[in-house]
Design a binder for this molecule. Structure first.
Ligand code: GLU
Length: 428
């Protein structure tokens, strides 16, 4: 989104084409899987607090639903584009397939900046979005969830609007709901924890003790926060994080060589992961340019912000010390940069595997809603760990056996499963 020339959907198609060649997929299957099944463009009029009406643009894209109802988050972002949403919906299909949950892939987005909207305006936007799409989403069709700058409250407003329109209760219509209102314990932590479950297994495979490692993290939203927390619990030390500064309209990196203190930093962070710069400086953090999270002398990089962050232009500035990259964000590495990482022998845990913890827990949330019986947090997290760990090993075993890059191995498993489902249904 930062770079106008970058087209994430082209990138998603490029990644797909490469694996389609390896798998020798037939033309019809390629045509079906390299494009979304359906895409919706909507206009959402919202009565603003000052009495004027503002019309917001929104998108929902259903990439594939051969393995089950489409599934994917809704993002609020001022630079949202249809091509970003198309790419993200494609990655959702591979994500659900690689962890083998019975769901397809979709994504939504609204062009807006929630920093500039009151709670009431945000509520109207959520309800308006659902009013436009109520008959195209639903528990058996397409199930939204939180993503960049959306949260449990947004999900609950959307659910309430849907149930009002449909005249009945449908708790499985959306996931990431507040706990006590159909949400699952552990859902907030799930994506960040999932990233670290896969990282833990990668370190184990390489005989590396997390206690002897350092990391640098891009982003300070929910994914980054919970990834840092669990990585710290394993004994790892994060020495830098980056965060978006709403006032300056750019990001900064915050460095502490002795290790970032997550609770201390959270006490000066807003609900969107924005760190208060003057306060962080008072706490002894060195403030560096936004991109500097990438050039730190660490063992592990965790991009956990947006797409298109590790690119051909900056990949060479990554320290030679970096041995692992765990992609918490969706699409953070461009194919050009990926080639360099692969040649350097960096062990990359690809986005749609590393960050699949969120949607896996969303699936658990649906299961719990269906039973109307909710598990304890430990039970949710144990099931999540099991799912992520076995998906990681399936991919890394294939990578080892066939001498493949982790991203290619993950794609092979995911695309194979989806292609097979389309075939079994008689679509191709
Ligand atoms: N937005 C998250 C993702 O990109 C979670 C999606 C979901 O729970 O459906 O994976």
């Amino acid at each position: 989104m930062a770079d106008k020339a970058f087209n994430p959907f082209k990138m998603a198609q490029e990644q797909f084409d490469k694996v389609a060649d390896i798998l020798e997929l037939d033309e019809a299957t390629r045509e079906l899987l390299r494009n979304p099944l359906r895409e919706y463009h909507v206009s959402i009029p919202v009565k603003m607090d000052d009495g004027t009406v503002k019309v917001f643009r929104g998108f929902r894209v259903q990439h594939n639903d051969s393995r089950g109802p489409a599934k994917g988050g809704i993002r609020f972002h001022p630079h949202e584009t249809i091509d970003t949403v198309k790419a993200l919906s494609t990655w959702m299909t591979w994500k659900c397939a690689v962890v083998d949950i019975p769901l397809g892939g979709s994504k939504g987005g609204v062009i807006c900046d929630p920093h500039n909207l009151s709670q009431r305006e945000q509520e109207q936007l959520c309800r308006g979005f659902v009013r436009q799409l109520a008959h195209d989403v639903g528990p058996l069709r397409d199930v939204p969830a939180p993503d960049v700058m959306t949260n449990a409250q947004h999900m609950l407003w959307m659910l309430d609007e849907y149930e009002t329109i449909m005249g009945a209760k449908f708790p499985g219509m959306i996931t990431g709901k507040p706990v006590g209102m159909g949400g699952s314990l552990g859902r907030t932590e799930a994506t960040g924890y999932g990233v670290i479950y896969t990282l833990r297994e990668a370190l184990k495979n390489h005989g590396v003790d997390p206690k002897n490692t350092t990391a640098s993290v891009q982003g300070f939203g929910k994914v980054a926060q919970y990834a840092i927390r669990l990585y710290n619990q394993m004994g790892g030390k994060v020495i830098a994080v980056s965060s978006w500064d709403q006032g300056e309209q750019k990001s900064f990196s915050y460095k502490k060589a002795t290790g970032v203190d997550i609770d201390e930093l959270l006490s000066v962070t807003d609900r969107y992961g924005g760190i208060n710069r003057p306060k962080a400086m008072q706490m002894g953090y060195e403030v560096l340019p936004g991109e500097d999270w990438l050039i730190q002398d660490v063992d592990i990089l965790i991009p956990a912000a947006l797409e298109n962050q590790i690119t051909g232009a900056n990949v060479q500035s990554i320290s030679k010390k970096v041995r692992f990259i765990a992609e918490g964000a969706n699409g953070p590495t461009t194919p050009e940069a990926d080639k360099v990482l692969r040649e350097r022998g960096v062990f990359v845990i690809p986005d749609f595997l590393a960050n699949a913890g969120g949607v896996t827990c969303s699936y658990f949330e649906q299961v719990q809603c269906n039973m109307n019986y909710f598990w304890e947090k430990d039970e949710v997290l144990a099931k999540l760990d099991l799912k992520m760990t076995s998906a990681f090993h399936a991919v890394s075993d294939l990578a080892k056996k066939k001498n493949l890059y982790m991203r290619d191995a993950a794609y092979i498993i995911a695309i194979n499963r989806v292609a097979q489902a389309c075939k079994d249904r008689g679509w191709v």
